[in-house]
Design a protein around this ligand. Structure first.
Ligand SMILES: C[S@@+](CC[C@H](N)C(=O)[O-])C[C@H]1O[C@@H](n2cnc3c(N)ncnc32)[C@H](O)[C@@H]1O
Ligand SMILES: Nc1nc2[nH]cc(C(=O)O)c2c(=O)[nH]1
Ligand code: SF4
Ligand SMILES: [Mg+2]
Length: 209
């Protein structure tokens, strides 16, 4: 990448853009709500079950002017979900201030493993064992969404829940490849531990992006 583009990326004025799409939020608190998704490339957390591994290598995704991303997003929805990849690998201050100036709601999907930048109307924190969230992200999360791949993940989920604020909404979401096996276990767990809710990847049942 040329020096100038790298400088603009460092300032958040350009971002490696993998894809953007208008769809229905499939997961968590806003499930069922229309939103425009901005998927930023680049992630080094390395979840073995990640459903967007194509996002990991930032160099495969074109550095795009943040102003253009915003001008496009505002045509589609009043709610913008920034995801990735891991969006917090980049400085989100410029993007979110521009989105909010346009009157748009800013939501983020994050592992919380990097410094919290940006002004967010909603933070979905999905912690990963390989690279745990930073304290500042636990403290500002509106929802905690723990992916359940095996039985040990219930214990991990409880540890993560002890780190977020009292009003943070707690979700357990089955990992997609074991969804048939883990969903009944999550259903049982939630009935026994009703501070938790179940979150399903409803867009995958609906066959939408
Ligand atoms: C692809 S990640 C991108 C944002 C950020 N890197 C993160 O992990 O939160 C978006 C959401 O999808 C979840 N996810 C990824 N792969 C999944 C899978 N195979 N099954 C269930 N959820 C998955 C993540 O935990 C996260 O909540
Ligand atoms: N419909 C839909 N909802 C989503 N919620 C979080 C997603 C993500 O990949 O971050 C996602 C996604 O990829 N599609
Ligand atoms: S942190 Fe998110 S994008 Fe990165 S590997 Fe894990 S699920 Fe995929
Ligand atoms: Mg997804």
């Amino acid at each position: 990448m040329n020096k100038n583009a790298q400088l603009l990326i460092d300032q958040g004025k350009m971002l490696p853009l993998m894809e953007e799409f208008y769809t229905i939020q499939g997961e968590g608190y806003y499930t069922g709500t229309a939103a425009y998704f901005i998927r930023v490339g680049g992630c080094d957390v390395g979840c073995h079950w990640c459903d967007v591994k194509e996002s990991w290598n930032a160099e495969l995704h074109p550095a795009t002017k943040t102003d253009l991303i915003v001008d496009n997003a505002k045509k589609h929805s009043d709610t913008i979900v920034v995801t990735g990849g891991e969006p917090l690998m980049y400085n989100m201050d410029y993007l979110t201030s521009k989105l909010q100036k346009e009157g748009l709601k800013t939501h983020i999907e994050t592992s919380g493993a990097y410094t919290l930048t940006g002004k967010w109307d909603w933070i979905c924190l999905s912690p990963k064992k390989n690279k745990l969230p930073l304290t500042e992200v636990y403290e500002n999360a509106n929802e905690l969404k723990v992916i359940v791949y095996n039985k040990n993940d219930f214990l991990f989920a409880e540890k993560q829940a002890s780190k977020v604020q009292k009003n943070c909404i707690l979700y357990l979401q089955p990992e997609w490849s074991v969804e048939k096996k883990m969903t009944p276990l999550i259903v049982n767990y939630v009935m026994k531990n009703p501070k938790w809710k179940i979150s399903l990847q409803t867009h995958k049942y609906l066959n939408i992006p």
